[in-house]
Design a protein around this ligand. Sequence first.
Ligand code: ADP
Length: 246
Amino acid sequence: MIQVRGLHKAFGEQQVLGGIGLELPKGKVLVIIGPSGSGKTTLLRCLNLLEIPDQGSLRIGGVSLQFQSGARPSAREVLSLRKQTGMVFQSFNLFPHMTALGNVVEAQVTVQKKSKAEARRRALELLEKVGLADKARSYPHNLSGGQQQRVAIARAMALDPEVLLFDEPTSALDPELVGEVLKVIKQLASEGMTMVIVTHLMKFAAEVADQVVLMDKGVIVEEGTPEEVFQHPKSERAVQFLNMLA
Ligand code: ADP
C-alpha cells in the first residue's frame, strides 16, 4: 500500500530527511514518534507532496513517483498521488466560512465532480461516523476544537483516500477534548483504514499502531511492533528517548 525508499529532503543546507525507507500494508496503522525537530512532520508532508522530496521514491496505492534533485514532479503527478491521501492537520484548517457539512461537501464537488446531492449524502454519512450528525449546520467557530478536528477527519475521508495522514492531531486540543478525537481514530483503525499518524502520545501510539517508527535527526533509529519498540528497544537512541519520557 505504502512504500517509501531512500527519501531525502533538505531545506537549504539543512538535511531534514536522510534516507527514509518504509513499508505499510493496506489496513495497517503506522505511528511515527521521535523528538521535536527529527523530521516527522516533514516525512508526513512528503507523503502527500506538500513537500517535494529531493531524492527517493514513493508508492501509495497504485501511484509511484521517483524524485531527483531539482526535478519537480508534474502537476498531474502531484495530483494523482495526493488523491491517494487525506491529511488531518494539527490546527484543523477548516474553511471558516463554511458549515461542517459544507467543509465535507466541498472537495467532493470541486475535485470529484459529484453532484451536490450525492456529496451531501456522503458528507452526512461521514459526519454521523465521527459523531457530529447534529452539528452539520454549525460553523467552525461554534464548534469545540475536538469537534472541529472530527469534521476535519470526515473531510479528509470524503475523497475516499487509500491512506489517512495525521500530523499531531490532538496537540492543539485542550486535554479534555483529546479523548473524543482519539476514539474516532481508533474506530477507523478497527475498521481497517490505512493510516500514518505522527503523535507524541505514547499510550495512544501503543494502542493504535501495528508498526511504530522512531525518528531522530532525519533517520529511522528504531522500528517494529509497539511491543518491540516500547518494551524491547534495541538502539541506544531509542532507550534514551523512551527513558526521557518515562
Ligand atoms: P518534527 O515534526 O519531528 O518536529 P519537522 O519535520 O517539523 O520535525 O522539522 C524538522 C526540521 O526541519 C526542523 O529543524 C525544522 O526547523 C526544519 N523545517 C521544517 N519545515 C521547514 C521549512 N518549510 N523550511 C525550513 N526548515 C524547515
